[in-house]
Design a binder for this molecule. Structure first.
Ligand code: ARG
Ligand code: ZN
Length: 874
């Protein structure tokens, strides 16, 4: 059942042009396809034509106008094989499909009454018989026929070339996309949509019309996405010299969508959560998320569409590169250090967990059962880290030359990761042979580092030892080429010292290259004892162990010239304190707060730190999350982690109550809301401080929250206040606020998602019953992926509630997975993830989690859920 990379064969037949006509109907849409097909050289007239097709009702089939007899082809559950075909011909087929019954949200489906498509990776085979693989690239002409009343707007890729009225109140629009594309980039949208329009002039002076299509009530929520789109277009011109290539660029918002968004050529389709914003309804985080996703999908026009993937094993070729591009865009547009801190904090929690679990896989997997299961943090985020390492390794200038060469050499082609890396090797002259292992080897490399200062010779000896733990199917690992960016911070001067290695002066901040299992770097002329600052800016996606003392960490926290490592030193310092408290909790010993953490926080709040970038400061005042702490423990003790973290939060709040209050007051403003970096920084700092004060239910903080709940046109502050009140022990505060909010926003699905999430992320132990109750709420629907994520997905992240010792949290998740397995396998397979991490917990919980996995496995499973569950139980 698995597909292997090593089995790749080029297609025997290619499609040069694809002509499609859709006659839309909820239960019986007719899809007529005319495919111009040519045989490739390596095939002969005995090579059958194999087309993919699923859940299609075949109505007719003809070659060059002659209908095929049943003996001339074989129809199966997964496609169609025509035994003999000419070297060049036109294949005509008519199929019927039922968009209204499509709950998987792959192929053509209906969302809030409108028609839309999702074809990546293999959804097109649910639309028509076709070689559904990315290395078959054709130009497309698409005619969409719909009801003039119900579907006044009919969209597809490219440019509209013809439109007209038809009998019976129907009408049509014909679209032409001149750029050859694989079918996964096909898109169609039809419905009662309304648009906001703008224009963009490209660097060569061409005018592009920009449209965002939404339901009427959302017309006032598109401004930020449009502004983000224009910024992205400018950024890609200035940074990569890449210009848009059609006269029209469209974005459509749909309510039911499995992922964030999709880069269909000229017609990007977005989850409404990833495009709609308004100060009244969206938080700062949502504004930034929208900006990043709009950019991501736009950047795919070159990294993905003009140059695409040969096969799905190469998925990270487009995703890793495009995530790297959108990360750089967001860093340039907002606070660069905060963007990096946020990305790395998330990466080290979620991707490291994936890399350590049963579904661990390399950035380029070598086999899969279900490709939709591989839209993962490893492919996307680790892939982006690998591209970032490449860029840092060869330098931006060479990287840019390599990117230019890549886009020129492979324009209009479907290529591989080697093709990309070879461009970088050619442009830089570097040998990237060993570096390629990053694409092939799963698991998170760990570096054990230790250093020694030799006073007598003024030398610093740094030893780095690397190892990558075994992952499923990969017992043996080879050493990787790991770039370690570093500095040596003088303990007397507090300054970065000049690094001299083997007689060569490298400057005060340099990259050392770890290629062997173990290497010792001897820095000479080190005038004073240093503290090493290692892996600056997270220069490689690895775990770094260095036996820092708390004093050294406190020193780096204030003296490291690298902003990222200052933050990281704070996280490490907090982790040491948390480790002690976790141990104390387990041993039933009284918990004592580490005053070095309190002192460090005091410095941040009042001393030197207070003048720092406020957004960075907010990050530095944020403790590692429970999920991150859990990642650091050999066996996760859910309760001890929660208790320890709460103890630290409360201790800090008691010790620094006035300091936190001063920060709240100093950063509160009545300026009208704008999602600017300055305002976002102030709000996040204020809200972090408010969070500490609410951990001890400070009366002034409660009053502040109640006032903030009424903030005008500022969902960031409202939501934060509501969360703090609902998560407090004060039912008298929580209930009325929650009720009022729920009633006020009952009409807005995206705000109701937030309302669900706030309730099920409470730290009190009664959340499970709440989830069950809310699943019956009229605003909830198991068919809407956003609702499932907001309610059930969020609950599974609520560690102390999900991991209840009676196993009811696990059972609830399994029930939902079983139901979704029938409706939407892709979402079901994602939702089951927390259960697959059972090895990380104590024996009781292991047993409970495994028995739910076993229960799921008894069901008739989709290949999606089967693949994940089977790996988890293997
Ligand atoms: N290519 C899209 C993006 O990253 C996501 C595709 C989602 N595919 C899927 N099967 N859910 O922008
Ligand atoms: Zn993408």
């Amino acid at each position: 059942q698995p597909v292997y990379l090593s089995d790749y064969q080029p297609p025997a037949y290619r499609v040069t042009h694809t002509e499609l006509t859709f006659d839309l109907d909820p239960a019986a849409t007719r899809v007529k396809a005319r495919l111009l097909i040519e045989r490739n050289n390596q095939a002969d007239d005995k090579t059958p034509l194999v087309l993919d097709g699923e859940q299609l009702k075949l109505m007719s089939l003809a070659i060059d106008g002659t209908p095929l007899a049943e003996s001339e082809y074989r129809l199966g559950d997964h496609g169609l094989e025509i035994h003999a075909v000419p070297a060049s011909f036109c294949l005509e087929s008519v199929v019927e499909i039922a968009p209204s019954e499509n709950t998987a949200l792959e192929g053509l489906y209906q969302s809030s009454g409108m028609y839309c498509t999702q074809c990546e990776a293999e959804g097109f085979r649910r639309i028509t018989f076709y070689p559904d693989r990315p290395d078959v690239m054709a130009t497309f002409t698409v005619t969409v026929i719909g009801d003039a009343q119900r579907e006044p707007v009919l969209l597809a890729n490219g440019n509209p070339v013809e439109r007209g009225e038809l009998e019976g109140g129907r009408h049509f629009v014909k679209w032409d996309d001149p750029h050859p594309k694989p079918c996964y980039l096909f898109a169609l949208v039809a419905g009662d949509l309304h648009k906001v329009e703008d224009t963009f002039t490209t660097m060569s002076g061409r005018n592009v019309t920009l449209q965002i299509w939404v339901e009427k009530e959302n017309l006032d929520k598109t401004e930020h996405a449009m502004a983000s789109l224009k910024r992205s277009m400018t950024w890609d011109e200035q940074t990569y010299g890449r210009e848009y290539d059609l006269d029209l660029f469209m974005i459509v918002a749909v309510n039911d969508f499995n992922m964030g968004a999709m880069e269909n050529k000229g017609l990007n389709i977005f989850n409404s959560a990833a495009v709609l914003t308004h100060p009244d309804t969206a938080t700062d985080a949502a504004f930034q998320n929208v900006e990043g996703i709009v950019a991501h999908e736009y950047f795919h026009n070159w990294s993905g569409n003009r140059v695409t993937c040969r096969d799905w094993f190469q998925l990270s070729l487009k995703e890793g590169f495009t995530v790297f591009r959108d990360q750089c865009f967001s860093a340039d547009t907002n606070s660069a250090p905060v963007k990096r801190i946020e990305d790395v904090a998330f990466f080290r929690t979620a991707q490291f967990a994936e890399d350590a679990g049963p579904t661990a896989h390399p950035v380029r997997p070598d086999h899969y059962i279900e490709i939709t299961n591989f839209y993962t943090l490893t492919i996307y985020e680790k892939g982006a880290e690998v591209v970032r390492m490449l860029c840092n390794l060869i330098g931006w200038e060479a990287f840019r030359r390599g990117a230019d060469a890549y886009f020129e050499r492979f324009d209009g082609q479907a290529v591989t990761i080697e093709d990309f890396v070879n461009c970088m090797a050619d442009a830089s002259g570097e040998d990237l042979g060993q570096f390629m292992r990053w694409y092939a080897q799963a698991g998170t490399p760990e570096i054990d580092a230790h250093g020694e200062y030799d006073y007598a010779h003024s030398e610093y000896h740094l030893t780095l030892r690397q190892r990558t733990p075994a992952t499923p199917g990969q017992a043996q690992k080879q050493p990787l080429h790991i770039p370690v960016r570093m500095g040596l911070v003088g303990t007397k001067s507090g300054q970065d010292l000049t690094l001299t290695l083997a007689g060569e002066t490298l400057g005060k901040d340099a990259v050392v290259h770890l290629r062997d299992d173990e290497q010792t770097f001897v820095f000479t002329d080190v005038a004073e004892a240093p503290v090493p600052s290692l892996l600056r800016d997270f220069s490689a996606p690895v775990k770094l162990h260095f036996p820092y003392s708390r004093e050294e960490l406190a020193f780096l926290l204030t003296h490291d010239s690298d902003g990222f490592n200052r933050w990281d030193a704070g996280q490490r310092l907090a982790m040491l304190a948390l480790d002690d408290l976790i141990a104390a909790h387990r041993n039933g010993v009284e918990k004592v707060m580490d005053t070095r953490v309190t002192d460090a926080f005091k410095v941040l709040l009042t001393g030197a730190g207070a003048s720092a970038d406020k957004a960075v400061l907010a990050e530095m005042l944020t403790l590692p999350s429970e999920a991150y702490i859990a990642e650091q423990q050999p066996i996760v003790d859910v309760d001890a982690i929660h208790a320890a973290r709460e103890f630290v939060r409360q201790s800090l709040a008691f010790a620094l109550r006035d300091e936190f209050m001063a920060v709240v007051e100093a950063n509160h403003t009545d300026e009208p809301y704008a999602p600017t970096p300055e305002q976002i920084a102030k709000r996040s700092l204020k809200n972090v401080a408010l969070g500490y004060l609410m951990a001890i239910e400070d009366e002034r903080a409660i009053a502040f929250c109640q006032e903030q709940l009424a903030a005008e046109h500022n969902m960031t502050d409202v939501r934060h206040a509501l969360t703090l009140l609902v998560h407090s022990e004060r039912d008298d505060l929580s209930r009325p606020a929650l009720k009022a909010f729920g009633e006020k926003w009952a009409h807005d699905p995206l705000v109701m998602d937030q309302w669900f999430t706030i309730q099920v992320t409470k730290p009190q132990p009664d959340v499970l019953e709440r989830v069950e109750f809310l699943m019956q709420h009229p605003a909830f629907s198991i068919r809407n992926p956003n609702k499932v994520r907001a309610l059930v997905g969020a609950f599974a992240q609520n560690r102390i509630n999900f991991h209840r010792l009676d196993g009811k949290g696990y059972a609830l998740l399994a029930d939902v997975v079983i139901e979704l397995n029938r409706l939407n396998p892709e979402i079901a397979a994602r939702l089951v993830t927390p259960l697959t991490r059972w090895q990380r917990f104590d024996e009781t919980r292991q047993g409970l989690m495994r028995s739910q996995l076993e229960r799921i496995k008894q069901e008739p499973l989709s290949s999606n859920v089967y693949e994940v569950v089977a790996k988890a139980l293997a």
